[in-house]
Design a protein around this ligand. Sequence first.
Ligand SMILES: [Zn+2]
Length: 200
Amino acid sequence: MMNINKMTFFKHQTAIVESNDIGDGSKIWHFVHIREGASIGKNCNIGKSVYIDTGVEVGDNVKIQNFVSIYKGVQIQDDVFVGPSVVFTNDLYPRAFIWGDEKIVTTIVKKGSSIGANSTIICGVTIGDYAMVGAGSVVTKDVPPFGLVFGNPARLKGYICYCGKRLNQVKESEGEKVIYECECGKNVEIVFDSFSLVIE
Ligand SMILES: [Zn+2]
């Protein structure tokens, strides 16, 4: 596993890693199974008993907590947090006796977003940049960038800063564009450009 000229990744001896596309500095813990054809970026942390299916793409600096299941068709971008026991699906009409790759529906989890413990992500959705899914949610539709959603089905409840805190303080607004100022000092621009961005 060690290569003198090259940094590499850590794999616990109980993990089964069939993929040959694991980025430098990633850590793969006890009883993980990563299938052939999956791609894992640099400096990821893959917790105990995680399953990552063939064709799954995981970016850099992604944290996947214990017991997460990620199936074919899921793409996870850089800096994403996936909480313990989160489950992704990839078939909208599951039948034990009707199965094929043509049924797989893509799910995209965008940069910097977080998915709370024990949530279920129904396939076909896009979770926007820096969005936050509260624990125990069932996500059935797209989540806008910086959106905070929770519940079953998950509904948009507000917006979140890069730091993870809720945005309450409007600094400026112009038309559909609102700039919030977080207590951490950062500004976040939200564009209310479609019906899907209505807070429920
Ligand atoms: Zn902040």
